[in-house]
Design a protein around this ligand. Structure first.
Ligand code: PEP
Length: 254
């Protein structure tokens, strides 16, 4: 069964005390609330993962890292591997975020390696795909996301997909205040689903959650999450305030 997931990507924001304050505020917001089956995830910066994971222990909120290196250990100054992230309390990793692709030159081939490294450690992968504005204007968005999924993930055996969550994030909507319409999100999610189903069959497809990301906020979450092929959201800006993040989660209110 597809899971409902709302994940907050804190990006390069929040010092250690600020991260702890946000975690505590989130805890308060969620206390005693029915989450209607929604899994909540937060992704702080590496240095704050351990403290945030400790602070959120027992709340059901999972902690993700925003990246990993593809190797397990070694002379890779400044990098963090899957086993190290896991030992700090992360159970998930965001891979393929457009900012990693754009500013750090991450390619589909590298992301395939990182995905393997994460899965080998039992980290769930929230794998981001999405087109840039020029590609959307040229009508190439279906093709672009399809290639991203195929190139980075189609080497995986079917059973590995139980630890893969996809996040469709049109790059033109990330941090811009411009959101894909619920219809735009739905049509591309349905397309991605069909691509996965064609390769792996219905059984895998029916288990894979596809999140929407890109200026998703308390005002538009409900309408976007109502679409049949949208299983939740990857949230940037609106995850930096506990009340806003909770309001996004409430987009799923039962
Ligand atoms: C993101 O960075 O994954 C994201 C969706 O950001 P924002 O919600 O700020 O657009």
């Amino acid at each position: 069964m597809r899971r409902k997931i709302v994940a907050g990507n804190w990006k390069m924001n929040k010092t250690l005390p600020e991260s702890l304050e946000l975690a505590e505020n989130l805890k308060k917001e969620l206390e005693g609330q029915c989450l209607c089956g929604v899994e909540v995830v937060v992704a702080p910066v590496f240095t704050n993962v351990y403290a945030v994971a400790e602070a959120l222990k027992g709340t059901g909120v999972a902690v993700a890292v925003q990246n990993i290196h593809q190797m397990k250990s070694g002379a890779y100054t400044g990098e963090v591997s899957a086993p190290i992230a896991k030992s700090a309390g992360a159970t998930k990793v965001i891979l393929g975020h457009s900012e990693r692709r754009q500013y750090f030159g991450e390619t589909d081939a590298l992301l395939a390696e990182k995905t393997d490294a994460a899965l080998a450690e039992g980290l769930e992968v929230i794998f981001c795909i999405g087109e840039v504005l020029e590609e959307r204007k040229a009508g190439k968005h279906f093709e672009v996301v399809e290639e991203q999924v195929k190139n980075a993930l189609f080497h995986l055996p079917a059973e590995a997909w139980k630890n893969i969550v996809l996040a469709y994030e049109p790059v033109w909507a990330i941090g811009t205040g411009e959101t894909a319409t619920p219809e735009q999100a739905e049509e591309i999610h349905a397309h991605i689903r069909a691509v996965v189903a064609e390769k792996y069959g219905k059984e895998v497809d029916e288990e894979v959650s596809i999140l929407y990301g890109g200026s998703c906020n308390p005002k538009n979450a409900k309408e976007i999450f109502a679409k049949p092929n949208v299983d939740g959201g990857l949230i940037g800006g609106a995850s930096l305030k506990a009340a806003d993040f909770k309001a996004v989660i409430d987009g799923f209110k039962c």
